[in-house]
Design a protein around this ligand. Structure first.
Ligand code: Z15
Length: 826
């Protein structure tokens, strides 16, 4: 005890010793309020308290991160580099408190200061550095890599503007810039003294050195600097912390010194601004790349800075280059960072002077590639001239990779000359395109899909030729989600109920949820389960009233469709069914007995006309239905604006029915489907992506699958699919489409939604909406009937949760570590 504490106290009660975690946390918060934020500790506002708490946690994270780095270094472990153009971490505060085991302490410290933890946590604005599934998967995987203590690093871009903020104005999506850095950053460290040069444009100079070797170097290149911004990802209560390093573009110093003589001072500064544009904004296109030069620059910017980091760390070891694959694995999240392959080749051949054969041997053993989509428009290609202008040396290297590859293929398949054109890294037609997926496959030792179904499609169709050439490279890693965020954090009351019954081990060993199964027959557990779920629905109903001014019944069936807007995800199929229900209510009152609340959410790419149109249609239908007195409480339709991680955390725990209704064969996996089922929602879905594996785990009787199988989709297409036949044969469907086309939902603009109907009836219905309509309607009826028996529904709900253990990202990452990366925990 200090002398101060033992000294005389007149006016105040003796304070608890500062060693109590809650008290020491409070002292840290106050210290940051004063010294880091420059505010009065007497009356800090909520935002200030949030920032001070975040800084206090960052202190603890950085200590653990340093210790973790020392562990990795001293063991000389093989390192995993996870490269991704997107990360979607969501708000950090609650997550970090849980991981550090400081939730109660924080609550106590804040209460002491007159604040509630939930209110303070709601002050956080999430970094939207990703579009959807792909970016969120990367963040779930970092969480699991940290929890499994893997020697791993996430690498990405520090976009100044993340995914746009979506507003719904008069039913339409309006985009607003997402200035997430406006309030300053409290979780990261900017390493302003620590930068790498990134060089592009210029010309390749070929020359012969004194030893007579042919050399290549880049002249007149433009140089931009990449500055590291580090964020910390803690494992679950294991004192281990990983680094997510995000690069921000900065102008080069050279440049700062040079422009004083030019006379054109302002012009020079403008050029500086152009350089820093590279990391200005995340491209908001999910699965339909825009093909802009700036995007390719972003990709190379991430890759070049990251490879320099990797090479710098490797050099410190002082071992031979051929050891690189034994000490490092570089994972490519989609083809977006695939230019890493020619970049490593360039460093090894042009700078380190290895032979091509030596360098290629190293490269192919270092890279691994995950494919996340089979949509033809999502497979990334770049115009060859653009590539040549921006990255002239890399294009030469790609051509050389291709020449040697095609030479080998020709020898392997002498009787199939057409295969060469199909697998070439450069598509040669009217115009020439660099095919990034072909580059990624040829340059990697592992190629994986993200669900069993998707991985089969890759082998059988999309990459069938490559499967014949490199059968040993292809494998599956079914996606997973982190149970820390997607159960413990977003649904604390359900998490608590689970822990009460089976203990807390499920948090890091999700298969333990199986132990809940005996309780599904316990009446008490039943009741508690449904009470928790109902309370969650009440909270969401309040949020909906707050934001949309719509009153929904918490007892109604919450039917939720939230994800990016894309035609293949078929939000349109859902709304056609909503309209059919509406018509039934109007034409035969009493035929619809289960009250439903439909909840939609999701962003459309700003240039995606049809997706934006469908958002507008949903909002128009919502307005018509919600204001029709004949409908009453039977049907409500809600569109929640700006779907993001924060909003997902509110919606998922309150969902009864989870819509996963993509056209079979088109959704590579889905991960939203897993989040809902883990929280006890029942899936209505197609035989697609991970839905199929969810069915295998939870049991066919505990979800509602419907619709064509992917081979039936293909057959129907190849036999000449005629959507009009479905329209003509199905009077309920016909009525729905006629209403939309006839302006029923847009009386002041009767033709507003004509294009939507046209796309179905006259432009081939590419996503087979009409073909699946009838079986969807039947399955929806099954779901409604099941919901009427609340005890049976509760049982299904509990069985879903208890059987979802397989879908933990810990399982997925463990498979990556063992089967692909060859690493284990430190
Ligand atoms: C994206 O979010 C996904 C795939 C992509 O190729 C791009 Cl560019 C973005 C999604 C898939 O659509 C989804 O099925 C999958 O679950 C997710 O990636 C994660 O693998």
């Amino acid at each position: 005890m200090t002398s101060q504490n033992s000294g005389n106290r007149k006016s105040r009660l003796p304070e608890a010793p500062a060693t109590r975690p809650a008290e020491s946390l409070k002292q840290d918060i106050l210290r940051h309020v004063l010294y880091s934020l420059g505010r009065d500790t007497e009356r800090p506002d909520r935002q200030t308290v949030f920032r001070a708490l975040a800084l206090s946690l960052r202190d603890r994270l950085v200590e653990k991160w340093i210790a973790s780095q020392r562990d990795i270094y001293s063991r000389s472990s093989k390192r995993v580099y996870y490269l991704s153009l997107e990360f979607l971490p969501g708000p950090f505060l609650r997550e970090n408190l849980i991981a550090l085991g400081l939730e109660n302490e924080a609550r106590e410290a804040l209460t002491d200061m007159g604040f509630g933890l939930d209110d303070v946590a709601d002050e956080e604005y999430e970094p939207g550095l990703g579009n959807g599934g792909l970016g969120r998967l990367a963040s779930c995987y970092l969480d699991s890599m940290a929890t499994l203590r893997l020697p791993a690093y996430g690498y990405g871009i520090h976009y100044a503007y993340g995914i746009f903020y979506q507003l719904i104005k008069e039913g339409r999506q309006v985009e607003r810039a997402d200035n997430w850095l406006r309030g300053g950053t409290h979780w990261e460290f900017e390493r302003s003294h620590y930068v790498h040069p990134v060089r592009f444009y210029g010309q390749v100079r070929e020359w012969v050195d004194e030893q007579g070797r042919l050399r290549h170097s880049l002249e007149n290149a433009t140089t931009v600097m990449a500055m590291a911004c580090d964020m910390f990802i803690p494992g679950h209560k294991n004192d281990y912390v990983l680094n997510m390093r995000l690069w921000a573009a900065k102008t080069s110093r050279e440049f700062e010194f040079s422009f004083f003589n030019t006379g054109d001072y302002i012009g020079a500064v403008e050029e500086k601004i152009r350089d820093e544009n590279i990391s200005m904004v995340l491209y908001p296109n999910d699965e339909a790349p825009e093909g802009k030069e700036l995007r390719l620059k972003q990709q190379f910017f991430l890759v070049s800075a990251t490879i320099q980091d990797i090479v710098r760390r490797f050099r410190k070891k002082g071992i031979a280059w051929d050891q690189l694959p034994r000490k490092n694995v570089i994972h490519l999240n989609e083809t977006h960072p695939a230019v890493a392959i020619p970049e490593l080749m360039r460093i090894l051949v042009d700078e380190e002077l290895l032979t091509w054969e030596e360098a290629w041997y190293i490269c192919v053993r270092t890279f691994a590639y995950t494919n996340h989509t089979v949509l033809p428009e999502a497979l990334e290609v770049w115009p060859e001239d653009l590539f040549r202008r921006l990255l002239p040396r890399h294009l030469q290297i790609i051509h050389e990779i291709n020449r040697r590859f095609l030479h080998d293929v020709r020898r392997q398949f002498p009787n199939d000359p057409n295969i060469l054109g199909r697998v070439s890294l450069v598509h040669e037609g009217e115009s020439r395109w660099v095919r990034m997926s072909h580059l990624a496959i040829v340059g990697s030792f592992s190629v994986n899909g993200v669900s069993a179904h998707h991985s089969e499609i890759l082998k059988e169709s999309v990459f069938h030729d490559f499967y014949k050439i490199f059968p040993e490279r292809f494998n599956n890693k079914t996606n997973g989600i982190t149970p820390r965020r997607w159960l413990r954090q977003c649904n604390p009351t359900l998490a608590w109920l689970i822990t009460e019954h089976i203990g807390p081990e499920w948090l890091t060993d999700l298969a333990q949820l199986k132990k809940l199964e005996p309780y599904v027959n316990s009446e008490g557990f039943h009741r508690a389960w449904m009470e928790v779920r109902l309370r969650n629905k009440h909270k969401l109903a309040e949020y909906i009233r707050d934001k949309n001014g719509i009153t929904v019944m918490p007892e109604s069936l919450f039917d939720v469709h939230v994800k990016r807007f894309h035609e293949y995800k078929r939000q349109l199929l859902n709304v056609l069914h909503v309209i059919a229900l509406y018509n039934r209510i109007r034409s035969s009152p009493g035929s619809v007995t289960v009250p439903r609340t439909y909840i939609f959410g999701g962003k459309a790419a700003p240039g995606y006309y049809m997706a934006k149109h469908i958002i507008r249609l949903i909002n128009s239908v919502a307005y018509t239905i919600n204001t029709d007195p004949r409908v009453g409480d039977l049907l409500k339709v809600v569109f929640l604006q700006n779907y993001c991680v924060t909003l997902a955390e509110r919606i998922i725990p309150a969902t009864d029915l989870s819509e996963q209704i993509s056209t079979a064969g088109m959704e590579a996996s889905g991960t939203g489907n897993m989040k809902f089922a883990l929280n006890g929602a029942i899936t209505i879905g197609t035989h697609d992506g991970a839905n199929i594996e969810i069915m295998e785990h939870v049991g066919n009787e505990n979800l509602f699958l419907f619709g064509l199988l992917s081979h039936e989709v293909n057959e129907m297409r190849s036999q000449g699919y005629n959507p009009r036949l479905f329209y003509e044969r199905d009077s309920e469907l016909r009525e729905v489409l006629d209403m939309i086309a006839g302006g029923f939902f847009s009386p002041s603009e009767p033709h507003l939604f004509r294009d939507v109907v046209e796309s179905l009836l006259n432009h081939g219905d590419r996503y087979m909406v009409l073909a699946d309509f009838r079986s969807y309607v039947y399955r929806q009826q099954d779901a409604a009937n099941a919901f009427m028996d609340q005890a049976a529904w509760a049982r299904m709900s509990m069985l879903n949760t208890s059987r979802m253990g397989f879908f933990s990202s810990d399982r997925a990452v463990d498979e990556y570590a063992k089967d692909i990366w060859g690493v284990s925990g430190v």
